[in-house]
Design a protein around this ligand. Structure first.
Ligand SMILES: Nc1ncnc2c1ncn2[C@@H]1O[C@H](COP(=O)(O)OP(=O)(O)OP(=O)(O)O)[C@@H](O)[C@H]1O
Ligand SMILES: [Mg+2]
Length: 263
């Protein structure tokens, strides 16, 4: 079973929207999908209530210590993909979810403030040596300077391999996403032949490729992580040195100090 986590400090960046969209795209590509919600705000549960359909099942799991046992149980039950939607900010449930994931997805609107707010999540992912990827969400339909500015800020922060950590395509700002959420649908159900649905399907393909690329050589290093204590305390501890990069999916190594979450 693969586990992906949507996490970032900034509220409203699209974690829940992308969790739903990706869940449905993965189901359409024959995954057995479960959604876990660690956010007490309940965006996914409310969506499920509006939906009135059993699938995909949304499970609220608010206590950090319950996350790992739940993931193990889901794997035993034959679930092939679990997507965890987390609350904004940094909290125990989010750091635990990242600890047990195969890929941490960090969505961001194309604004400098949103991108800078990724720092805390990057630090947690790096501390657990977990691969992470950025998704630019709510980008202007015509691209324009905001997307260029956002990618150049990312590029400055990550002098190399940006192409490997910045997911494609970017997800444009379109009403479909909001209307689908309101209707208890995923955008791929609400407007299956629309551009938003196409983008989400392509994004799922990109993520799926990364998951498959990671799986081959992650096991050895993953077992090392589990033995290591979690040492990240926001604003206090430096991030630990990075493990040898996974060729298909490197973590950033050349980040500037401001991205190391040091005081
Ligand atoms: N690509 C998009 N186009 C248009 N609207 C979007 C898009 N992505 C998200 N939204 C809208 O932006 C708002 C915030 O999205 P969402 O709830 O998914 O963010 P979040 O990161 O989960 O927020 P929170 O931190 O509060 O949990 C919602 O109203 C959602 O419908
Ligand atoms: Mg949310």
């Amino acid at each position: 079973m693969y586990t992906i986590v949507l996490a970032t400090q900034k509220g409203g960046s699209g974690k829940s929207t992308l969790a739903i969209g990706l869940a449905l795209a993965a189901r359409q590509s024959r995954h057995s999908v479960r959604l876990i919600e660690t956010d007490k705000q309940g965006t996914l549960s409310n969506w499920q209530n509006r939906r009135g359909l059993a699938e995909p099942i949304v499970e609220p799991v608010y206590n950090a210590p319950d996350i790992e046992p739940r993931l193990r149980a889901l794997e035993r039950d034959g679930v092939t993909l679990t997507i965890i939607d987390t609350a904004s900010g940094t909290n125990a449930a989010t750091t635990t979810a990242i600890r047990h994931c195969d890929l941490c997805i960090i969505p961001s609107r194309p604004s400098v403030a949103d991108i800078e707010a990724m720092v805390a999540t990057i630090a947690v992912a790096r501390a657990w040596r977990k691969p992470f990827t950025f998704v630019l969400n709510q980008t202007p339909i015509r691209g324009g300077h905001r997307v260029n500015d956002a990618t150049s800020v990312l590029d400055q922060r990550a002098p190399r391999d940006l192409a490997e950590v910045l997911a494609q395509p970017f997800i444009a700002m379109r009403n479909d996403h909001q209307d689908a959420l309101a209707a208890g649908l995923a955008v791929g159900e609400y407007a299956p032949s629309g551009k938003s649905a196409t983008e989400i399907r392509e994004l799922w393909q990109w993520i799926d490729d990364r998951l498959n690329g990671c799986a081959a050589d992650d096991e050895e290093s993953a077992s090392e992580f589990k033995e290591e204590p979690f040492r990240f305390v926001f604003g206090q501890n430096p991030v630990r040195p990075i493990a040898p990069a996974v060729p298909q999916f490197p973590v950033w190594r050349d980040v500037e100090p401001s991205w190391d979450a040091r005081p």
